[in-house]
Design a protein around this ligand. Structure first.
Ligand SMILES: [Zn+2]
Length: 401
């Protein structure tokens, strides 16, 4: 049941993940989020060399199918590398400085499949390590990265974990990425945010918001189910409880984070002032009412959605972009009263939800200068596309431009 949603993907072989041993180095957010991905997806044995930076996650108890061990040390010479890293199926380097050099050198010398990642508050970099590759070139590639990012750590860890999955358990439509270097300036989020939906995208939006310092109310009426656990990493010990309450309980340790258990429908009204609404809902009806609420109160809305390998973040900024309904050419108003069927039978995994949740938070500080729609695709990476500027003829929201 835990993996039901990912096992719907054509060609998915959970046993390939279950039979793999992965070693991850690093004590930073990047390493911690990579570990969260691997654990949620159900890799069988995971060793971390370093310490947990995410106190709201207990890696030892996140997944009973994963044998997790933590070595609270640093790899400072080749002997230690041999002892600590050994011969895993895959080695993941998210460490820094001298440790990075020793670890990657060890992986190259011993022909261990490996990937190296780094990030800062300005950028992130990922590189799959090839046989006989030059150590200097890899170290140079990661030069100047400090591994202190938050949003960049969530994005980079998702891409890194996806590339590991593609190599341990390839799927028919996969295209592997072997080198990625992206600039993304992240900043603190000093805003009052309404987060609607504490599901798969909402989990990572909530984590990103809390870590970036936002003041958050999260609204969701759903309970945690076992089939959520392969993606919704905060809920591993909370099956049956309200998602909004569990999320608020765990993330309020980082700042102001309140949970509200209720449904968003035609009767929902904003109870206080928010500077931004984030939509992480999974149905047209709720999305339609959020679009309407945003129009009525002139509150900017960022809407998210995902499929198995893709995700998107679309803004509705009243006065600056068309509403969500017009951006979808009337799809929302046409489908809002239809019974939603089918979405439960679509495969889904942690990766597209995690990256989309981070991209959603990432747009909060950027959306007024850059109204682009952001798209993620597992095979292509992250791209921007233009957002429709004006509502279509016939839209009730037209008069307000
Ligand atoms: Zn419109």
């Amino acid at each position: 049941m835990r993996y039901a949603k990912q096992e719907l993907a054509k060609g998915w072989k959970q046993e390939n993940l279950q039979n793999s041993h992965i070693v991850v180095t690093g004590s930073n957010n990047l390493a911690s989020f990579i570990l969260a991905d691997l654990t949620a997806m159900g890799f069988g044995k995971i060793t971390r060399i370093g310490e947990n930076s995410l106190q709201f996650l207990d890696f030892y108890n996140m997944n009973p199918d994963t044998e997790f061990e933590e070595i609270q040390g640093e790899v400072l010479n080749e002997e230690l590398a041999k002892d600590y890293i050994g011969k895993p199926d895959f080695f993941v380097d998210a460490s820094e400085g001298r440790e990075k050099q020793i670890c990657i050198g060890y992986a190259i010398k011993n022909s261990i499949q490996a990937i190296s990642a780094s990030c800062s508050k300005e950028s992130y970099k990922i590189k799959v390590i090839k046989k006989n590759e030059s150590l200097d070139e890899i170290i140079n590639f990661h030069k100047n990265e400090k591994n202190n990012g938050i949003i960049n750590a969530i994005i980079a860890s998702g891409i890194t974990a996806d590339e590991i999955r593609k190599r341990i358990m390839p799927l028919p439509d996969d295209k592997t990425l072997s080198r990625l270097s992206a600039s993304n300036l992240e900043d603190k989020i000093n805003k009052k945010v309404l987060l609607v939906g504490a599901g798969a995208i909402g989990t990572f939006a909530g984590i990103g918001l809390a870590m970036a310092g936002a003041d958050v109310d999260v609204i969701d009426f759903d309970n945690v189910e076992e089939s959520n656990l392969n993606r919704q990493i905060l809920f591993y010990n909370s099956v049956g409880k309200y998602k909004a309450e569990v999320m608020a309980e765990k993330l309020s340790k980082l700042g102001n984070f309140k949970g509200i258990v209720r449904k968003v429908d035609e009767n929902y009204k904003l109870e206080k002032y928010y500077e931004i609404i984030l939509s992480c809902v999974d149905n047209a009806k709720a999305r339609y009412y959020l679009d309407w609420l945003s129009y009525k109160t002139k509150t900017p809305l960022l809407n998210s959605g995902t499929s198995f390998i893709q995700g998107s973040v679309m803004p509705y900024i009243p006065g600056k972009t068309a509403c969500l309904d017009c951006q979808g050419f009337g799809m929302l108003s046409q489908t809002k009263d239809k019974e939603e069927v089918g979405s439960c039978y679509e495969p889904t995994t942690i990766i597209s939800n995690q990256i989309t949740g981070a991209l959603l938070v990432n747009q909060i500080n950027k959306m007024h200068e850059d109204t682009a729609t952001i798209k993620y695709n597992s095979n292509r990476g992250i791209e921007k596309v233009l957002t429709l500027r004006n509502c279509l003829a016939g839209c009730e929201k037209n008069g307000e431009k």
